[in-house]
Design a protein around this ligand. Structure first.
Ligand SMILES: Nc1nc2c(ncn2[C@@H]2O[C@H](COP(=O)(O)OP(=O)(O)OP(=O)(O)O)[C@@H](O)[C@H]2O)c(=O)[nH]1
Ligand SMILES: [Mg+2]
Length: 375
């Protein structure tokens, strides 16, 4: 038995690998990273009804397989996954969706472990998802998450799913959103989504959560301040982690400074002024304060209507982003467009054609061949 599998024996929650590009993750799939084959005989093909019943009856093995279906790049899996989601849609929405972001090593996974364990002990059902397109290359976070959330992974009412790898961020975002809905249908009432704080990831996660928490640490360097300001503008709270030992006082004072700074920024959520707290995921101090703050946020935005309004707008944004994504994909995979791009690039580099004219030509090629194809 591979070592990482062995170390999970006895866990009620197994951390499931994300799907690798092109691999369908289903029966008869190619050998996995560990070189073992899925025992095809043991894995009966599930019908749509099997998936549906499995999810609503909170069967974690089937939930994991349903997510694999969502993450699959195979067209027939896509169809089944969409039918399943359609069926589950009335059961979604009953959770608080929390995004947790921050620089690598800030302690996001450790905070999730501490917060998640405490919530599970209080009878919440906690699902942890990761959105990290870079992890498909480095595998860094996935390995980190397996070890850093060991206690949470063992809890009966938790579910941990590392990042799907899907190439483009857009693909990853769709899969993560749908996975989130599936987890809600399976009765998870707290969804924690970890993302590494690099560029586009944060914006993507912000667009799918109710509450966005930024994890910072002291002494990460002034060069990060610029980046921080941008992300501070989209967060609902900051937590300065590693407030322990000699770092306790600096972390607390940084939290006070951040609270001040947040007062001067336009809040990410109407009617809510973001605040900064200090915590130590290691010592498990300040973790309950994070949850109290989230509860307060929920109450405030529920009564003002901002909570539901944001969710409605997020759905619209999601749909139109998918349209943009799919049109872009279609455009660049179009034969005619692909054929003329190399020569067009040369013409552009040697100033033989203006940028606007190049765009016009590309769109003409796309439209022309498309029109020719019509009956
Ligand atoms: N002293 C101290 N160390 C901590 C604390 N929280 C996390 N760490 C350590 O910081 C390191 C990174 O923690 P992670 O939880 O993996 O951080 P992360 O932000 O999830 O990292 P990535 O997923 O790689 O971006 C680990 O070595 C932790 O043990 C804390 O509260 N205090
Ligand atoms: Mg992590």
């Amino acid at each position: 038995m591979p070592e990482d599998q062995a170390s999970q024996e006895g866990f009620t929650t197994h951390v499931m690998d994300g799907v690798k590009g092109g691999h369908d993750g289903m029966k008869g799939s190619p050998p996995s990273r560990t070189g073992t084959r899925t025992p095809a005989g043991k894995r009966r093909n599930l019908t749509l009804e099997d998936y549906y019943q499995g999810v609503i009856n909170r069967d974690r093995t089937i939930i994991a397989r349903a997510i694999t279906l969502i993450e699959s790049n195979a067209p027939h899996h896509f169809e089944t996954a969409q039918e399943l989601l359609q069926k589950l849609l009335p059961l979604t929405g009953n959770s608080i969706r929390i995004g947790i972001s921050g620089v690598p090593g800030a302690g996001k996974s450790s905070i999730i472990e501490a917060l998640g364990t405490s919530l599970c002990s209080a009878d919440h059902r906690v699902a942890v998802l990761a959105v990290d397109p870079s992890s498909s290359i480095t595998k860094g976070s996935i390995l980190g998450d397996k070890t850093r959330m060991a206690e949470l992974a063992r809890m009966e009412n938790s579910f941990i799913r590392p990042s799907p790898s899907g190439g483009m961020l857009g693909g990853v975002a769709r899969k993560s959103r749908e996975t989130m809905l599936l987890c809600e249908a399976a009765g998870y009432d707290v969804i924690l989504i970890e993302t590494v704080g690099v560029g586009q990831n944060e914006i993507t996660v912000r667009s799918m959560v109710d509450f966005f928490l930024l994890v910072l640490i002291t002494g990460a360097g002034d060069e990060l301040q610029g980046m921080k300001k941008g992300v501070m503008e989209i967060c609902d709270a900051i937590v300065v982690n590693k407030a322990d030992g000699e770092n306790l006082i600096p972390a607390r004072s940084a939290a006070a400074d951040y609270t001040n700074m947040l007062h001067y920024l336009t809040p990410a959520t109407a009617g809510w002024t973001p605040r900064a707290l200090a915590c130590s995921a290691r010592d498990r101090t300040g973790i309950d304060d994070i949850w109290d703050l989230i509860q307060e946020f929920r109450r405030t935005t529920d009564s003002s209507g901002v909570f539901q309004e944001r969710r409605r707008l997020q759905v619209l944004e999601w749909v139109f982003n998918m349209v943009t994504e799919q049109l872009t994909e279609r455009f660049y995979s179009h034969d005619g467009v692909r054929r003329i791009i190399p020569s067009l690039k040369e013409d552009l580099m040697s100033d033989r054609i203006s940028p606007t004219m190049a765009v016009k030509k590309l769109l003409e090629v796309y439209d022309r061949v498309r029109i020719d194809r019509q009956p």
